[in-house]
Design a protein around this ligand. Structure first.
Ligand code: FE
Length: 237
């Protein structure tokens, strides 16, 4: 029961994302250098305005050196301070039509109860209300429910962009480190598919899909349960 998608898939996605971030940053630098940046523009409007210009930027231009410095200044000017959450492979066990619920735990659920809270944010840091957040994961024994919807559920962020999920710490299964799958989508944005990871896992260092930027911030509640936080940063258009 291993992923048929190789770790290369995740790496390719990440490389594309890295290239895109580099292009966007350089694009911002061009705008700032040209004096086109108007302080009165709303961040969202500016971001949308910039997107078409990406295709006009030669891919051979380096994003290092002066251009990167200018880009950083532009980001501060428009409030673009968040790094988009890294996309990862979906894996073979996603199912559509999961129940809408914030708790995946009932009286029969085995394992360490884990509550994950956080926000869905736009790239400029603005909370995204009514964003879809759809989780699925293995149970404490490392098995997915592929016939039903055990440990699967979706929800929508509140007016301040917050979600909360009550679940259990997933078990390990062959070929992977400990992880939770999730899809996140702003109301008018593209779907982000990614995975969340756990700190201090020995398999993190050997899992080809693992990304340290996706590690949960976990607190032991001292009562046998755990709490975790994670904010998603997504494209909103
Ligand atoms: Fe998985």
């Amino acid at each position: 029961m291993t992923y048929t998608q190789s770790s290369d898939t995740g790496k390719r996605v990440q490389k594309r994302a890295n290239r895109r971030r580099g292009i966007v940053r350089f694009g911002l630098g061009l705008v700032a250098a040209g004096g086109i940046l108007a302080a009165s523009l709303a961040p969202g409007v500016l971001a949308q305005t910039l997107l078409p210009s990406q295709s006009t930027i030669p891919t051979t231009i380096s994003t290092t050196g002066t251009a990167a410095v200018v880009g950083t200044t532009a980001q501060m000017t428009v409030g673009t301070t968040e790094t988009l959450t890294v996309a990862q492979t979906e894996g073979p066990y996603f199912k559509t039509n999961s129940p809408e619920r914030t708790s995946l735990v009932d009286d029969t659920t085995q394992g360490t109860v884990l509550t994950i809270t956080g926000q869905v944010l736009a790239a400029d840091g603005t909370p995204v209300a009514n964003a879809l957040v759809d989780f699925w994961q293995a149970n404490a024994s490392g098995a997915y429910d592929n016939s039903g919807y055990n440990l699967r559920g979706h929800q929508y962020t509140d007016a301040n962009g917050y979600y909360t999920l009550t679940t259990v710490v997933p078990g390990l299964y062959p070929g992977r480190t400990r992880h939770i799958h999730v899809k996140v989508q702003a109301p008018n944005g593209p779907m982000l598919t990614t995975q969340l990871y756990f700190p201090g896992e020995s398999r993190n260092s050997t899992d080809g899909i693992f990304d340290p930027s996706l590690v949960l911030n976990i607190t032991d509640n001292g009562d046998g349960t755990q709490a975790a936080t994670f904010n998603f940063v997504v494209n909103t258009a």
